[in-house]
Design a protein around this ligand. Structure first.
Ligand SMILES: Cc1ncc(C[n+]2csc(CCOP(=O)(O)OP(=O)(O)O)c2C)c(N)n1
Length: 318
């Protein structure tokens, strides 16, 4: 990973963090955004590490915890914020809201809240990439709980059988809804599930953006050689509840504190400073740039028009 890519990952993670902190404020304190709000706070290194190692033409398929993935893939933060507000200027004209955003301009083709729903779609896009002999791959993001769904197993079987260029990225954040992993899944490491489909299953520190980047970089090269899919398990933790209305009573305080002490942003920041790539002044400058990006996204969303009632049935297939 180059020094430039490390600095970019740092800024991407910071942007995701500040963008979501703003969302917490907007939906909880200011009550500007109604409905369910699901954040990836604490998991930024997975989004930044994975997308940092991808090319723009590579496809990502995401789930209900998608803000980080979309920002890291290069989606316009103004259009994301406007979409979350439900405004006409949003990336999906205000129809998806926070949970189903797609940004085809950066090949973020689908985010779905149907648990396990995105994985077969990723197999489809990877099949198209292979069939059209494109030098592109697909990455599919999902949580640990998703790997208990039938669709996960069917999709991995087919992807392995056809040597498809797809990386399955499991963000093991210890929980699935209010359930701890060990209460719903017998195995300790999700990565061992790859064995059943004769594909590599790797475990990486999901709070280490550099490690995630390196793992994706080599997995991508392998996919492009036609050697088939990989399952990458990123061990991480979600700092907040399942959604913002969740009071996290089931998450022990000392567990949250321990993971917060392993903040992925602070980790990379420390490394960059130690390597002489980042100074205190640089941090202040990056923070200011990120704050400005978030503020202008909110301003854009606030000033944007609502969709008209007659637009409700446009772009909808029934
Ligand atoms: C098919 C389906 N079943 C159940 C749900 C309700 N649901 C939404 S998110 C979620 C938990 C998913 O856990 P995991 O895959 O580990 O992802 P995480 O939320 O931890 O990132 C559940 C059960 C759903 N949306 N779709």
């Amino acid at each position: 990973m180059t020094n430039q890519s490390k600095l970019e990952s740092y800024e991407t993670m910071l942007l995701i963090r500040r963008f979501e902190e703003k969302l917490t404020e907007l939906c909880k304190m200011e009550r500007k955004i109604p409905g369910m709000m699901i954040l990836c706070t604490g998991q930024e290194a997975v989004a930044a590490g994975v997308c940092g190692a991808l090319e723009k033409d590579d496809v990502i398929i995401s789930n209900h915890r998608s803000h980080g993935h979309l920002i890291a893939k290069g989606a316009d933060t103004k259009e994301l914020m406007a979409e979350i507000y439900g405004k006409r200027t949003g990336c999906n004209k205000g129809k998806s809201g926070t949970l189903h955003m797609a940004v085809p301009e950066v090949n973020a083709l689908c985010t779905t809240t149907v648990v396990g729903g995105g994985i077969p779609i990723a197999v489809g896009t990877a099949f198209a990439q292979q069939y059209k002999k494109q030098d592109q791959i697909t990455v599919c993001f999902f949580g640990n709980g998703t790997t208990d769904e039938g669709s996960f197993h069917e999709a991995l079987n087919m992807a392995a059988l056809w040597n498809l260029p797809v990386i399955f990225v499991c963000e093991n954040n210890v929980y699935a809804g209010a359930q701890r992993t060990e209460h719903i899944t017998k195995i300790k490491d999700i990565a061992v599930r790859a064995m059943a489909y004769d594909m590599p299953g790797e475990i990486v520190d999901g709070n280490d953006a550099v490690a995630v980047y390196e793992a994706i970089n080599s997995a991508r090269a392998r996919c492009l050689l036609g050697e088939g899919p990989i399952l990458l398990e990123c061990k991480t933790y979600r700092w907040r509840g399942h959604g913002e209305a969740d009071h996290q009573v089931y998450q022990p305080k000392d567990e949250i504190d321990a993971w917060m002490a392993r903040c992925p942003i602070k980790k990379l920041q420390g490394e960059l400073m130690q390597e002489g790539l980042l100074s205190e002044q640089d941090i202040v400058r990056i923070e200011a740039r990120v704050a400005e990006t978030v503020e202008s996204a909110v301003d854009f969303a606030e000033k944007s028009p609502w969709p008209d009632l007659q637009e409700a049935l446009e772009d909808v297939y029934v």
